[in-house]
Design a binder for this molecule. Sequence first.
Ligand SMILES: O=P(O)(O)OC[C@H]1O[C@H](OP(=O)(O)OP(=O)(O)O)[C@H](O)[C@@H]1O
Ligand SMILES: Nc1ncnc2[nH]cnc12
Length: 206
Amino acid sequence: MDVTSIPQTRGEGWYLALMPPNIKGPMYAWLDPSRLYCNQQALKDCIEDLAQPFLNDPIDLVAGIDAMGFILGAGIANRLAKGFVTVRKEGHLCVQSQSAAYSDYTGRRKVLEMRTDVIKPGTRVLMVDQWVETGGTMEAAIGLVEQQGATIAGIATICIEDTEGGKRIKAKYKCSTCVPEHLQHQFNSHHLDSFTTFHQPASTLK
Ligand SMILES: O=P(O)(O)OC[C@H]1O[C@H](OP(=O)(O)OP(=O)(O)O)[C@H](O)[C@@H]1O
Ligand SMILES: Nc1ncnc2[nH]cnc12
């Protein structure tokens, strides 16, 4: 699908077909969700789908995880008319912060940091990231938020894979994703039928 085209008929999760497969190998995610943000209708529909289950829930604050969780998180915060707090990769926050070490789908050790001057005991926080694969990143971020006394109001992310960590998160929290149930197995196996229609333009293969 052309990156900016808007189909006349848009079924559930139509925009997921905009995501191209990884062509760079195992140190990268298996697909690139960020291409869907380039399509104005896809970005709008994705944010609406993720926010919808939480529209009537008591939420005080939205937390987005560095880096791509900032895009969806800010959009969802705006839709819910709530504030937005960043959960950052280490080395960027110049104010008092708490940190948590974790490893993600790459197997690398990483650190997340969060400011300590926003969350109060009982603050209800909606956690947002682009994706949950092993769940390492989301569980580290949840740990930071809970450590400050907040309650997790839910999780919003394009996909939660049915990994051990993904299943643990789904069992424990209210979750909103963009993946229709009948497509979940394609996401779990890291291959989407829509990949077969992807042709990399010659100019991008240099
Ligand atoms: O469930 P996990 O195995 O922990 O993986 C999920 C994380 O990995 C990706 O971020 P990544 O750090 O690759 O990239 P980003 O900085 O572009 O968001 C994704 O957006 C999640 O944050
Ligand atoms: N952004 C992402 N896309 C696909 N798979 C992922 N696994 C972890 N992050 C991912």
